[in-house]
Design a protein around this ligand. Structure first.
Ligand SMILES: [Zn+2]
Length: 278
């Protein structure tokens, strides 16, 4: 790890700081702020020393006032703003700072000397303040292209899909595996709860529920990404359609046309597929 490299992974912070940072981003999202992202989290001591030397024993402007930063103890993170705001838009950072203050998170903009508006930190005794909780999956961007997101599970919608119809029991083990991989991927992305995957693995998944899950997953993915079916999703679909053709479920091989098909066309094909298969 070079001293000039920055670490942006939230997972490099202590769990308490990860939780505080997620809460901050959630509350920003709820306040309508989506254009902020993390620029640095954990900073090894060697890098902190290197930054401290800048403007002192090495040329360049002073960028830090201490060798004992909470970044090195995995309790601090820096943020920046993305378009349409300027990278370090003081007004926007101050709005985030005001939200942090309410949450018991220290904001560098409140420091009387050495104001550091992009900087946020907590003590390792920080706890979630009364009346707050993480309400869903909080997407904390680590680059300017992503937006802050809060994805709240709508359980009732999924619960309705339970216990209806015949169990999903495909003749081919390949199809079974690809359905399992597909669900596991959605769990990893935080789109559905892992109880669905467990039920699938325990042979408790009905065909109707699986199809409903498929629609839910694709819908949520498309809300999350502006481009609807993801690249991974598309290549999986291509593989699925290819097999469906080989197995005679489809008379035409649709696998080569995925990229030019509309989502509606893909969904209709999938509905036909599930219908013929179940
Ligand atoms: Zn900082």
């Amino acid at each position: 790890m070079s001293v000039t490299q920055t670490i942006r992974d939230l997972s490099e912070l202590l769990p308490v700081a990860q939780q505080a940072c997620r809460l901050l981003f959630q509350e920003c999202y709820k306040a309508g702020i989506q254009n902020i992202f993390v620029t640095e989290t954990y900073r090894p001591q060697a890098r902190q020393n290197y930054l401290y030397e800048q403007g002192r024993t090495r040329s360049g402007p002073i960028v830090t006032w201490t060798k004992a930063s909470r970044h090195t103890s995995r309790l601090a993170w820096d943020i920046a703003c993305s378009s349409p705001a300027a990278l370090y838009d003081a007004a926007l950072l101050s709005r985030v700072g005001a939200i942090a203050r309410k949450l018991g998170i220290t904001w560098g903009g409140d420091w009387e000397n050495n104001i550091d508006r992009p900087h946020f930190e907590v003590k390792n005794t920080w706890t979630m303040p009364n009346g707050y909780k993480l309400e869903g999956q909080v997407i904390v961007p680590s680059n300017s292209k992503l937006r802050v997101q809060l994805i709240v599970e709508d359980n009732t919608e999924e619960d309705e899909l339970m216990d209806k119809g015949a169990l999903f029991n495909p003749g081919s083990s390949t199809l079974r595996e690809s359905a399992e991989t597909y669900l596991a991927q959605a769990v990893t992305e935080g789109i559905i709860q892992d109880s669905h995957l467990k039920d699938f693995q325990n042979n408790l998944m009905t065909g109707d529920r699986l199809f409903g899950l498929f629609l839910t997953i694709e819908q949520r993915r498309s809300t999350r990404n502006s481009n609807t079916f993801t690249v991974t999703g598309k290549s999986e679909l291509a593989a699925l359609f290819k097999r469906a053709y080989e197995q005679g479920i489809f008379k035409i091989d649709h696998s080569g046309n995925i990229n030019t098909m509309t989502d509606g066309e893909i969904n209709s094909l999938l509905a036909a597929y599930v219908n013929r298969k179940v």
